[in-house]
Design a protein around this ligand. Structure first.
Ligand SMILES: C[S@@+](CC[C@H](N)C(=O)[O-])C[C@H]1O[C@@H](n2cnc3c(N)ncnc32)[C@H](O)[C@@H]1O
Length: 247
């Protein structure tokens, strides 16, 4: 198996081990938005460290959960967290790793998990852990064939051609994703951006790690809605939904 080497000069978040370096280029935009309110800051300071997926468990991801999961799923860029919360509620036997780099997105998910009036020290959901960093750093650390499903819901489209290398669905990222997915497992991708849609089609038609199992314009019933999807539909854009199966 080819070794994945990710190197950049960016400073290291403290919970990343020294030999894991953030990849270049960055796939994401801003990490911080409007200043946090007191409650949000409390969630970041007190709840996030408790629910954070510990990098020490990357080699054996099932150990990160308080119950032994039957499967492990990972979501890249959960935004407001509505898809995470719906999936975790619907599939209690699945260990779910939810990743997001944007602080306001993290706060949004944490606020759903620890609503106002509930202490940030309240018991954790046993099957949910949060990776608050670039999902690719974790993907590079997980064992081969350790995930049963991956979600990429409405990724940042980076529509300008000169930014194409920042798109998550990219020939350069496919082996990173394929390595951690079990044969026969599913990678779900949704996008409302016409440039990204055409790009996904092109990238996925020109690879042999995944089979294109489904490409539809009506969201399948077991795909919970997301905030970006709602915005896209309201703005008159037509989302596409793909299921790719790891060969
Ligand atoms: C357009 S938003 C979509 C959010 C959500 N999935 C939805 O459908 O509402 C894309 C999100 O992906 C996050 N993101 C982008 N690259 C990422 C990465 N490499 N690792 C983790 N999160 C990432 C961004 O911060 C952003 O919140």
């Amino acid at each position: 198996m080819e070794q994945i080497k990710i190197v950049s000069k960016e400073p290291q978040p403290q919970h990343i081990v020294a030999e894991v370096k953030p990849p270049a280029p960055r796939l994401y935009g801003r990490q911080k938005g409007r200043p946090l309110r007191q409650r949000q800051q409390c969630l970041i300071d007190e709840a996030l460290p408790r629910i954070r997926f510990p990098l020490r468990d990357a080699g054996s991801p099932a150990s990160a959960f308080t119950v032994q999961p039957k499967q492990i799923w990972l979501e890249v860029g959960f935004g407001g967290g509505e898809h995470v919360v719906a999936q975790v509620a619907a599939y209690p036997a699945v260990g779910y790793i939810a990743s997001e780099v944007f602080e306001n997105g993290l706060c949004s998910l944490l606020s759903r998990l620890f609503p106002e009036g509930q202490e940030a020290t309240a018991p954790l959901p046993p099957t949910l852990r949060v990776w608050d960093d670039d999902a690719r750093l974790l993907l590079a650390q997980l064992p081969e064939a350790s995930l049963d499903r991956l979600f990429l819901m409405f990724p940042d489209p980076w529509p300008k051609a000169r930014h194409a290398k920042r798109r998550f669905v990219h020939p350069g990222n496919l082996s990173l994703v394929a390595r951690v997915l079990k044969p026969g497992s599913e990678w779900r991708v949704a996008s409302d951006d016409p440039t990204y849609q055409a790009w996904v089609e092109e990238v996925m038609e020109n690879q042999n790690l995944f089979e294109i199992a489904e490409a539809v314009t009506i969201r399948p019933d077991d795909w919970p809605p997301t905030r970006y999807e709602a915005k896209a539909i309201k703005a008159g854009r037509q989302p596409f939904y793909w299921r790719f199966i790891r060969r």
